[in-house]
Design a protein around this ligand. Structure first.
Ligand SMILES: C[S@@+](CC[C@H](N)C(=O)[O-])C[C@H]1O[C@@H](n2cnc3c(N)ncnc32)[C@H](O)[C@@H]1O
Length: 239
């Protein structure tokens, strides 16, 4: 089974998250020493039962999900774009999907790709519990690099890269091709929960993630920013 290792965000139980609610001064499960600002951003919006159930299914599958703060940001980006066409690379159990669907235009379609059929089944359950009409999601159980070349260039408002770091550079290149001008690329886990900032970390994964951040920053087709929410989000607008 593929796992998806966001090192910093640990899914909590529904009860734990609800009882924490908007407790803004406590850590919220991240490794290291999260600041109060970071903690506040993670609890600014409280997840409802549908999201929390999806998050629990992800945990049962051993699959990471975006943090609540990351989800909230994805929802905002989708809403700001009035997104009608979104691609998610790495479906997991559908937590990020739900956040994006909530922000997207009511007739917007999410194309979400994951090689694990068990994860896709969990995500479909989440969409059903949310009451998402079936025509609003296109779930594809294939390796993303088989699927992405078949999607239409310049046709997407938002592309989320939420998959293991090793092939991310290729996914990002595909995303840039798929995005319309003004469309937004989001890469989650872009700071590896803080490892990217640690000058003593020289392992291959950390080096790859650093190189990708560099490449996005230098890419003249993109307007980039790094946002310290969740495990770090690399955001970029397609010029
Ligand atoms: C971090 S999870 C996605 C989480 C989801 N975006 C969310 O926040 O709710 C990463 C997903 O990518 C999938 N995955 C990892 N490596 C993959 C690969 N090489 N090909 C296809 N899917 C892969 C895993 O099966 C897993 O479901």
């Amino acid at each position: 089974m593929r796992t998806c290792e966001h090192p910093g965000w640990f899914p909590r139980t529904i009860a734990a998250q609800q009882s924490e609610g908007a407790a803004i001064t406590t850590g919220v499960g991240a490794q290291g020493d999260p600041t109060a600002a970071w903690a506040f951003s993670e609890t600014f919006l409280t997840e409802d039962v549908t999201l929390l159930r999806a998050r629990e299914r992800a945990a049962q599958l051993g699959c990471a999900s975006v943090s609540p703060g990351t989800g909230a940001l994805l929802q905002v980006v989708a809403a700001a774009l009035r997104a009608r066409a979104v691609v998610e690379i790495g479906t997991g159990a559908g937590v990020a999907s739900l956040w994006m669907l909530r922000g997207m235009a009511p007739d917007g379609v999410l194309t979400t790709i994951d090689a694990e059929s068990e994860h896709q089944r969990a995500a479909k359950l989440a969409y059903a519990e949310e009451g998402v009409p079936v025509h609003r999601t296109r779930t594809i159980v294939r390796p993303p690099l088989d699927v992405l070349p078949r999607l239409t260039d310049g046709a997407y408002d938002l592309v989320l890269v939420a998959i293991d770091p090793h092939a991310r550079a290729e996914y990002v290149e595909a995303a840039v091709r798929l995005l319309r001008p003004g469309g937004v690329l989001v890469v989650v886990d872009a700071l590896l929960g803080g490892r990217v900032l640690d000058p003593d970390r020289h392992d291959e994964t950390t080096a790859l993630v650093r190189r990708l951040a560099h490449a996005v920053r230098e890419d003249e087709r993109l307007v980039p920013a790094m946002v310290p929410v969740g495990d770090g989000i690399l955001l970029a607008v397609r010029r």
